[in-house]
Write a protein that binds this ligand. Sequence first.
Ligand code: GLU
Length: 296
Amino acid sequence: MELPSLVSESAGTVTRFAPSPTGLLHLGHAWSAAFAHRAAREAGGRFLLRIENIDASRCRPEFEAAIREDLRWLGVEWDGEVRRQSEHMADYAAALAQLTELGVVYPCFCTRKDILAEIAGAGHAPHGPDGPVYPGTCRRLDRGEREARIAAGEPHALRLDVAAALRRTGPLAFHDRARGRLAADPMRHGDVVLARKDTPTSYHLAVTVDDALQGVTLVTRGEDLLPATDIHRLLQALLGLPVPEYHHHRLLAGPDGRRFAKRDRSLTIRALREAGHDPAAVMDMAAGRRRLTVPG
Ligand code: GLU
C-alpha cells in the first residue's frame, strides 16, 4: 500500500484514541484516552483522534459530538484533523483490492444461521477469541460456483484465508510494551471477515489501514483487544505496512468489580460532569486514585 510521504518522513511517537460513537464515553474510555495522550506527550510526540464509525447502524452523530466535547472537557487535546472512518472507504477498498490480488480473500455467502448449522453438524466447534471460529465452508467452493453466485447477486461477505495468508508471510510477531515480544497467532481466529455484506470493510481492515496511513507508531488500547493484534499484524505483513509498537493496557473495573461498559450509564463522563465533578476528579476516578462517587 502506498503511504503518503508525510507519514514516512514524520519522526517521533504518534498515538491515537479510536472510539466508536455508539454511546457516551465512560470512565474506561477516559482512562484509555488519557493513557494514549500521556504516552504521546511524554515522548514529545503527537496524539490523534479517530472516529471509528463504519457501522452506520450503530453509530450516531450525537455520540460523536459528545466524544469531542468530553475529551476537550477532560483536557485530552488531540493534534490535527480528526479522522472519520466513514470518509475513507476508498482507502479500505484499495487495501482489499491489494489483498484480493494476492489471492488470500474469498467470498462467503453463509448467513449466521448457515454457520451455526455447519458448526452444530461438525460436532465440535473450535473457539477463537471472539467465539466459534468460522468453519471455512465457502473457502472450499470452486471458482465457477463463486463467480456464478456473485453474478446472480447473492449477498456475500469477504473473508481472509488465514492459512493461505500465513503461507505467504511466514510466522509473525509484534512487541507489546507491557509484555515484550509476542508471537502473533492469527489461525486461532479462523478466516475473519474483511468486508461485511452491508459494510464494505471491517474493524480489522479499517484499523490496520488507518494506523498505517495516520503514521501511528504506538498503538495503545485495552487488553481486550490484544488478540485482535494477531490479525492486524498479518494484514500489515500482507499489505507491506509498517509495524507499530503496541501497549495493551489493563481494563478498569467498576465498583462492583466488573469492567466498565456502555451499560454503566451513571459512569459516563457526561453524567459525572453534570453531577458537579471537575475534570481532575474524574481523571482521578478513572485512574483509581479517588473513590467513585456515582451520581443519582
Ligand atoms: N474502536 C474500537 C473500540 O472502540 C477501538 C479500536 C482500537 O483501539 O484498535 O473498541
